[in-house]
Design a protein around this ligand. Sequence first.
Ligand code: SF4
Length: 307
Amino acid sequence: MYVYRDYPEFSWSNSRHKTFLECVRKYYHQYYESHNGWEYQAPEENKAAYRLKNIKNIPILLGDEIHKVIDQQLKNFLNGKRLFTESEMVDLVTRNLNKAYLDSTKFRQHWFQKPKRYQMLHEIYYGNGLSPDEITSAKTKLRLCVNNFFRSKTYQDVFNKLEMHVLHSEDFQTFEVNGVDVFVVLDFVYKDVSQEKWIVADWKTGKESEDDRKQLAFYALFLSQQHHIPIEDIILRNEYLLTGKNQEYKLTQFEIDAAQTLMNESIYHMLGYLENPARNKPVAIGHFEKNPSNKCQRCNFKEKCEV
Ligand code: SF4
C-alpha cells in the first residue's frame, strides 16, 4: 500500500553509488528532489526533478528493452509457453523504441503530465532529435544483441542442460547490510546441477568495462548472505551481447569482503549528506556540490544546472 512520506527511505545500490561518485548534485536531484514529484500538489522543482529523472537516452532505452524481452523469453521457456523467434524479438523492441520516439515528439505534453506513462528521449528533449546515424546504429546494435543472445552460453544452457534449477529471472532483490536495504537486480540465476555450481548471468548491451566485475561482486554477496550459497560455488558470467563474448569469474572471499567494505564506506559518505538520518532528510541543496565534467552533456538534470 502506498504511504506518503516526506522523504524517501534510504537504501543502497551500485547505481546509486556510481551517481554519488559522479556528481553529488545529480545524486540530490535523482534520489531526493524527485521524491513526491509524482504528487499533484508537489512543488514545481520536485515535479521537474521527477520528470527529468525518467528521461532515457537511446542506448539506455535500447538496453532496458532488450533486457525486458530477454527476461520475457526466459520466463516463456520456464513456463512452457511459445518462444519468440529472433525477428519477433527485434520487432517487439523496435515497436517500443518507436513508441518512445512518438511520445517524445507528438505527446510531449502528455509526458509532461505523466512522465512514468509516456517516455522522453534525451536526444529529443535536449538535442536536435535523432540523427540517421544514431537510428542506424541503434538498429544494428539491436540485431546484434538479439542474435548473440540466441547463441549465448546462458541461453544454450537453458535449452540443453538436462538438470537446472532457476533461482531468479530479472527481478529487484533486496537484502539488508548493517540495517540498510541494499538493492540488486539479478538478470538470471540458475544452478547447473551437473557441476553443482550456481551461475549468475548478467546481460550487457554496452561495451566491456572494468566496473563489470565489481558489480558482480554485489550479486555474489547477495547470494551468499541471502541464500547461504558458498562463494566457491558461484560462477559470475557477463554475457556481452554486442560481441557475443562472455566472461566468467570466480571471486575470492577477499574480493567479496572488499565489495562489502566499499558498500559500507559508500553508505557512510552518503549519510554525511543527511540533516536528519532517522528520517533520511537531506541537508540543503547548496551542500550538494556540482561537479561539471564532460558527463554533463548526457546528464538528465542539466537544465537545472545551467552548465
Ligand atoms: S549537469 Fe553536471 S553538474 Fe549538473 S547535476 Fe548533472 S552532472 Fe552534475
